[in-house]
Every structure is written in C-alpha cells, then in structure tokens.
Ligand binder design. Structure first.
Ligand code: 5GP
Length: 182
C-alpha cells in the first residue's frame, strides 16, 4: 500500500484520483439535472474545497456564479469545535438565488451549520450542499441538515490530499490518503 509522510505522521492511500474523478462526474450529472436552468451560485468553502470546486464548476456547462468563503475549525488532526469565518468575500447578490455550497469534507457538521445560518441571512431561494467527503458517524445534525450531494461516505478517520491538509501540507496531492494507525 502506497504511503507517505507529512510532518510526524504516516498516511496510506485511500481514494485514488481516478475514483474521485469518476464520482465527481456522477455528482455533476445530478447537479446539472437539478440546476441547469437556475443560474446557481456555487459557494466554495476555502481552503480545502479549491480542487473539488474546480472539478464541479468545470463540469457545469450553463450560466452560474462562483464565489468563495473562508472558514477554519481544524488545528492539527481534530476539530477545534470553534468555527471562525475568516473572510467573507461574497460578491454575488444571493437574494432569491439558488446556492450550492461546495465543501471538501463534512465531519461534525458545525462548519456547515454556521455557514447555513450566515447564508440564510441573504434570503436565498434555496441552499443545497455538495461535499466530496462525509463522515456520517460523527455528523451531529441529521435531524436538521440534509446533505444533498455526497461524494464518499467515510469512517471517522483523518484524511489528507485533494485540497485537504495536515497542518498546512498535503493539499496538492490528487489522491486522498488516510492517517495510518500505528
Ligand atoms: P466540521 O465543522 O464538519 O466538524 O469540520 C469541517 C472542517 O474540518 C472541514 O471543512 C475541514 O476543513 C476539517 N476537517 C474535517 N475532517 C477532516 C479530515 O479528516 N481531514 C482534514 N484535513 N480536515 C478535516
């Protein structure tokens, strides 16, 4: 099994770029079906979602807007539980619009819950959520929040690559790796 080291930790290959691309194409087909004529606003949650955003947006062959929001709750390999909206550079007029949030990973759901609260203040018509990775075992908001498009359900393990980092490193790898139990 292919492994690599980042800082003090060893990671092993988990989901290949080929598997990711195949799955993103499937998600895109759904998104196109649902939003082709709705001129959606894709809102990418930085930093981790930059690659996922590119891959979704480039497969959407109709008018749409793309905007970015920056949040952070992870320090090292666990969520600080403290979600901070670092920068909100949203330029699109969201009033009465269809928003599709693009997330790299949803873990406890705290980040997405805060985002939904913030974005609903702009009075959009609808907010949908697309995430490349989802950890159903740790998600806390099953009764409240529906995740509309999920790339892969994964167990409660720490992953890097495809935009996701471990203390700043690993975002550039196009396969996804998981922390190796030692
Ligand atoms: P939540 O608020 O849902 O608990 O956490 C969401 C955020 O935590 C993600 O946007 C991501 O930045 C970070 N995160 C959650 N799980 C992982 C993981 O396994 N690996 C990495 N690198 N970041 C994660």
């Amino acid at each position: 099994m292919k492994t690599m080291r980042i800082h003090d930790r060893l990671f092993e290959l988990f989901i290949t770029e080929e598997q990711i691309n195949k799955r993103i194409t499937e998600l895109s087909i759904q998104i196109i079906k649902d939003y082709a004529d709705k001129m959606p606003v894709f809102i990418s949650v930085l930093n981790g979602s930059f690659i996922f955003t590119t891959e979704i947006v480039k497969r959407f062959p109709y008018n749409c807007e793309v905007d970015f929001i920056k949040v952070s709750s992870y320090v090292g390999i666990s969520s600080s539980g403290n979600v901070s909206l670092i920068a909100n550079s949203i330029k699109a007029d969201l009033n009465n619009r269809y928003i599709i949030i693009l997330e790299d990973i949803i873990d406890t759901g705290l980040t997405i819950k805060n985002l939904l609260n913030d974005l609903s203040k702009y009075s959009p018509k609808k907010i949908s959520i697309a995430t490349l990775l989802f950890k159903p075992e740790v998600f806390k908001f099953n009764d409240e929040i529906k995740i509309d498009y999920i790339g892969f359900n994964i167990k409660n393990e720490f992953v890097v690559g495809y935009g996701l980092d471990y203390n700043g490193l690993g975002r550039n790898y196009l396969d996804i790796y998981k922390l190796k139990e030692i």
